[in-house]
Design a protein around this ligand. Structure first.
Ligand code: NAD
Length: 349
């Protein structure tokens, strides 16, 4: 067997190693540090390559590719969204991603991104809420208690100081699962029988449900003045969570308008409806919340720069650790032009 040189071996973070790394560093610390990494990259937003993700839709779900580059590194994520998967014992969302060196085009990291997506989505949600939510927010309603939900609750505790979460899901088994999982994280956790009950007295409302349709998780009469809505479940054409009237009453913040207009809650609005890009709030270029009584809405769909930040963050965290393997995924002939000779020699050894 021809042994590849070290420069041709690509670090790979498996699900097992990702879990070991998160548990080694601590979930809250990871979420806080990841939110800082995302915040730094949002401050450099204009220099990134940006395009709406490339989506391949079927009648049961979607498969998407999410690329971006800052000129030095290039990253992409492969991710799916299949709401009916859970009935087959499969995840709604699975993902993996890659980071490469722009100078050589050589990959620097390959990683699982199912867990990393849950972490980066939670870190982004809480980071945005830090800028937009009412001051001293303590209570969050968590509507949709699936795979993302506990990560969301813990990020809001660690980054925004949330003390109490009110859980609701149409499937009470999901609520019970989240309730048990959150038992030892220093949060007061309440199980609710309806979304109305969950959002009563909430400062922040997170909607994180999965359905491939125009669902109405929140109606206008349910939402009081001054709340912050973190709407992350509606992220595909024809898949939304909020009644249009809520959008008309809210100040709306998005990641990348060209993608959110296709996939977000704002697909229900006219193309020229005013929206604010969240990176502009983070850099101070635009205002965030301007009145206590204002409803702020983060119409989140998940953007490639968040995944790029997460992969870059991961690459620094695995240095000098054993939380990765090295993959032989790049051909490495002694003479770079003698790819064929390398194949021939392998046949005779
Ligand atoms: P999941 O399937 O594990 O959980 C979804 C939960 O929503 C389920 O428990 C389901 O019972 C519940 N639900 C469905 N309809 C409901 C309703 N009307 N009221 C209350 N609960 C309801 O999915 P997940 O991995 O937690 O992802 C949730 C959603 O978030 C998906 O649509 C996914 O595409 C989206 N997502 C968005 C981002 C982002 O960056 N914005 C990132 C990851 C996932």
């Amino acid at each position: 067997m021809i042994k590849p040189s070290d420069k041709a071996l690509v670090p790979f973070v498996s699900v097992d190693n990702m879990m070991a790394l998160v548990n080694h560093i601590g979930l809250e610390k990871i979420l806080i540090d990841l939110a800082s990494e995302i915040e730094c990259d949002f401050k450099r937003w204009p220099l990134f390559d940006k395009s709406p993700r490339v989506a391949s839709h079927s009648n049961v779900g979607v498969i998407e590719l999410m690329p971006t580059s800052d000129g030095e590194l290039y990253g992409f994520k492969y991710v799916n969204g299949h709401p009916k998967n859970t009935k087959k014992g499969l995840q709604t969302v699975t993902a993996f991603g890659l980071l490469a060196d722009v100078n050589t085009g050589y990959p620097k990291l390959l990683s699982e991104m199912t867990l990393l997506t849950a972490l980066r989505t939670a870190a982004t949600s809480a980071l945005v809420a830090k800028y937009l939510a009412p001051r001293n927010s303590k209570v969050m309603a968590m509507i949709g208690n699936g795979a993302q939900s506990e990560f969301q609750c813990i990020a809001f505790k660690a980054i925004c100081g949330i003390e109490k979460v009110c859980l609701f899901d149409t499937d009470s088994n999901a609520t019970q699962k989240a309730f048990l999982n959150l038992a030892n994280y220093g949060l007061k956790v309440v199980k609710c029988k309806s979304s109305q009950e969950a959002i009563l007295n909430a400062d922040i409302i997170t909607t994180c449900t999965a359905d491939k349709q125009l669902a109405t998780i929140l109606t206008d009469n349910m939402v009081g003045a001054g709340v912050h809505i973190n709407a992350i479940g509606g992220d595909c054409p024809g898949k939304t969570e909020l009644h249009k009237d809520i959008l008309l009453r809210s100040k709306i913040f998005v990641e990348y308008p060209a993608q959110t207009r296709i996939e977000g809650e704002i697909q229900q609005l006219n193309e020229d409806h005013p929206i604010t890009e969240i990176w502009e709030v983070i850099t101070g270029k635009s205002e965030g919340r301007t009145r206590d009584s204002q409803i702020t809405l983060f119409d989140s769909v998940g953007f490639a720069i968040e995944d790029f930040s997460a992969l870059k963050f991961l690459l620094t965290k695995i240095q000098d650790t054993n939380f990765f393997e090295k993959l032989d995924m790049l051909a490495d002939p002694d003479d770079p032009r003698d790819l064929f000779g390398m194949l021939n020699r392998a046949n005779t050894q």
